[in-house]
Design a binder for this molecule. Structure first.
Ligand code: AMP
Ligand code: ZN
Length: 112
């Protein structure tokens, strides 16, 4: 399977790694939309958050814990946004589960 985030997890595509845990890897988004914009991915391939929840529910919780650690390390322990885009119509472009972690500016609500 040709998957960009599997390749990043494997170390075959370079990325700026921010945090690693047993089941997750966090790295900087290549096109940041905020002063902090990280992606947290499971090491195992799933297409989206719901498939991860069904297949490895503990890893879904680990994604959130890792995201909190990344936000805290970046200086935003209390104010950050977590986003799973699911499906092309919602803006998903990489079909390996990834949790966006955004912080450091007024993010606005509702999102665009
Ligand atoms: P989504 O649109 O929710 O599927 O998010 C995919 C994200 O992956 C986008 O925010 C991209 O900027 C990001 N991205 C694409 N290629 C890379 C890469 N090589 N390294 C880091 N982030 C990437
Ligand atoms: Zn993958």
């Amino acid at each position: 399977m040709d998957c960009l985030f599997c390749a990043i997890v494997a170390g075959d595509v370079p990325a700026t790694t921010l945090h690693v845990t047993e089941h997750t890897v966090a790295f900087s988004d290549i096109s940041p939309q905020a002063p902090l914009h990280a992606l947290v991915v499971p090491r195992t391939h799933f297409a989206n958050a719901a498939e991860l929840a069904a297949g490895e529910p503990a890893t879904l919780a680990e994604l959130v814990s890792t995201a909190a650690a990344v936000a805290t390390a970046a200086g935003y322990p209390d104010d950050y946004r977590l986003v799973f885009n699911t499906g092309a119509g919602a803006g998903q472009t990489v079909f390996h589960t990834h949790l966006h972690v955004l912080a450091g500016r007024d993010l606005g609500w509702p999102p665009g």
